[in-house]
Write a protein that binds this ligand. Structure first.
Ligand code: SAH
Length: 363
């Protein structure tokens, strides 16, 4: 058992079974033994690779989107460009470079806020952005962001926030908990809490025994707080994650370590834990705050933002091997069998603010 698994087992032995949400929060952000607080998760040597780490094109196209969103809200000079969960800081670095070229007035006047819960990763981001000529600030949460227009970005942040699971048992829907087996090891257990039927997808009545339904109050709370700011002070938000655009049943809890899946209870604190993001729920939360919300796939978004043209421009300056690399990056980010379909993009803004990259459907 990992050191954190032993601590969690001791907690369960004294306090009883733990929810998936509490388990995930401890595994990812425990101050001394959490995954994001102690490890270097990203890249080839890490556990997984994210879109900004695959290609500079990702951050450049997000930069183009930021410029367009800024113009769409009237080019305010007092504005915050924030990223939630910036990892190594790669996306922000590429966005800043793009803004300096396309909209110097924005890059010089905006405040750039990095919202990071892991002090170790915040330090990593300071290193990546050390030479950036911009007004940068770090925040442990969004409460300390200034009260003014906000353009906010997030890549693979919602999937890293805790969620809860409910299982359909003979006795009805019950929360899935983590308890201990006879050997004292972590094991799934059935809890006593249940879920209102109104929260279930419409076909809930016909669900089979053993079906799993997931909710994520922490994700909804973050979206609600961001949407409230945008509603009050103007702005826009852009969020990338893997997930579904219609709520449904299914166990999407997963652990990844060294680019391989493993059991979610196998090595607390040493593997990344995520689940699929319910984009319909996030969009609904933003709409409830009075915003408009649009969802598309990562592939369609990046192509609409001009990825093929950008790849052509980058490739023109390279040799055959360089061009091969660029087209491989396009395939990974936008190809339907790679990230293009599984990853979704959510754009939110006040109604009437046009957002680039979402076509005209669903506006
Ligand atoms: N956006 C980056 C990293 C994604 S991993 C990329 O695409 O490469 C998730 C990131 O969110 C990590 O930086 C992690 O430390 C951070 N994080 C997790 N929970 C958070 C929270 N509650 N608030 C802010 N950041 C959080």
């Amino acid at each position: 058992m990992t050191p954190l698994a032993k601590r969690i087992a001791a907690l369960i032995a004294s306090a009883g079974p733990m929810s998936v949400a509490d388990y995930m929060a401890l595994c990812l952000l425990d101050p001394t033994q959490g995954y994001y607080t102690t490890r270097e998760p990203f890249g080839r040597e890490g556990d997984f690779t994210t879109a900004p780490e695959i290609s500079q094109m990702f951050g450049e196209l997000v930069g183009v989107w930021v410029v367009s969103a800024w113009r769409a809200i009237g080019s305010p000079t007092a504005v915050t460009v924030a990223e939630i969960g910036p990892g190594r800081g790669t996306l922000m670095r590429d966005v800043l470079r793009t803004l300096q070229q396309l909209a110097p007035a924005l890059s010089e006047s905006a405040g750039f806020a990095l919202v990071e819960a892991s002090p170790r990763l915040a330090e990593r981001q300071r290193g990546t952005l050390a030479s950036a000529k911009a007004d940068l600030s770090w925040h442990a949460g969004i409460d300390t962001l200034p009260a003014r227009p906000l353009i906010v970005l997030g890549n693979e942040i919602f999937d890293a926030l805790p969620f809860r699971q409910f299982v359909l048992t003979q006795a009805g829907w019950r929360e899935r908990m983590i308890g201990l087996n006879e050997d004292g090891r972590l094991a799934f257990a059935t809890g006593v809490a249940t879920i209102e039927h109104a929260r279930l997808p419409a076909k809930g009545a016909g669900a089979l025994l053993g079906s799993v339904f997931e909710i994520a109050p922490a994700r909804a709370a973050l979206m609600q707080a961001l949407a409230e700011r945008i509603s009050d002070h103007d702005g826009a938000g852009l969020f990338f994650d893997y997930g579904h655009t219609q709520a449904g049943f299914g166990d999407t809890f997963q652990a990844v370590r060294r680019h391989e899946p493993e059991h979610v209870l196998a090595s607390p604190g040493e593997a990344d834990l995520t689940s699929h993001v319910d984009f319909a729920d996030l969009a609904g939360t933003a709409k409830a705050e009075g915003l408009s919300a649009q969802t598309t796939t990562q592939g369609d978004f990046l192509i609409a933002m001009g990825m093929l043209e950008r790849a052509g421009r980058l490739g023109a300056a390279l040799d055959a091997a360089g061009r091969e690399r660029i087209s491989g990056e396009v395939e990974r980010l936008a190809g339907p069998t790679e990230m293009g379909q599984l990853f979704k993009v959510l754009g939110v803004a006040r109604p009437g603010t046009p957002l680039a990259g979402f076509g005209t459907a669903g506006q």
